[in-house]
Ligand binder design. Structure first.
Ligand code: SAM
Length: 223
């Protein structure tokens, strides 16, 4: 149950010193104005975070993962990389949490510039669609956490789930698809299928992937 892991009561209660000690030297000390900007939801073994860490060395990012052992593995992986590469990998971290429940506990309105949902669990049966991490209701929460102009990246090897994620995004008033040119110009897009462990598995099996990349837009009554 969720009682096994602590949940911050609000985003201001997230202890950044635990996650990014180089940027936040001691607990409660807010001498850095940095905020977490990227969130990898269901990060699994953390491959995407590692790639993004060096691509955006000044951006703080966090992986959110439900499985305890997997979260511990990612923590160890990051600590080992920090030890082997002084000064590097200081901007990434991971937290064990249920992202379907606790996104608002971690992020303020408009805090994030990128959110990632790479190879999420498909939950094939119709009665389990409510467990999918992309849904009309959850997109409201993601739209809240994302800044206007922020980008949500999704990819899957399950065609039906790909269609579902795309249609949820298309039907949401606060998201619009990136154009082909924008997708080509974004260096992050090519990491979607290559950086994570699941993506590499699909690539090894020469499986097809289905991606949907959308931008958070302002609502018509919002400036
Ligand atoms: N994104 C990774 C990748 O591409 O390699 C992992 C993909 S794996 C198929 C899906 C991951 O999402 C699993 O590690 C699972 O534990 C995690 N997950 C499922 N539901 C979750 C939830 N509600 N909150 C956080 N993580 C969740």
């Amino acid at each position: 149950s969720d009682s096994h892991f602590p949940v911050p009561i609000s985003p201001s209660h997230v202890d950044h010193s635990l996650h990014y000690p180089q940027y936040f030297p001691s607990s409660g000390q807010a001498d850095s104005c940095k905020r977490i900007q990227f969130a990898d939801i269901g990060c699994g073994f953390g491959g995407l975070l590692l790639s993004l860490s060096t691509l955006f060395p000044e951006t703080l990012m966090i992986g959110m993962e439900l499985r305890d052992k997997v979260t511990e593995y990612v923590k160890e992986r990051i600590l080992a990389l920090r030890a082997a590469n002084p000064g590097q990998y200081q901007n990434i971290s991971v937290v064990r949490t249920n992202s379907m429940k606790y996104i608002p506990n971690y992020f303020e309105k408009g805090q994030l510039s990128k959110m990632f949902f790479l190879f999420p669990d498909p939950h094939f049966k119709e009665k389990n669609h409510r467990r999918r991490v992309i849904s009309p209701h959850l997109l409201d929460e993601y739209a809240y956490a994302l800044q206007v102009g922020g980008i949500i990246y999704t990819i899957t090897d399950v065609e039906e789930l790909g269609d579902w994620m795309k249609s949820c995004l298309e039907n949401h008033p606060l998201f619009e698809a990136l154009s082909k040119e924008e997708l080509e110009a974004d260096p992050v897009v090519q990491l979607l299928s290559s950086a994570t462990e699941e993506g590499q598995k699909v690539a090894r099996n020469e499986g097809q992937t289905f991606q949907a990349v959308f931008r958070r837009i302002a609502s018509s009554d919002q400036t």
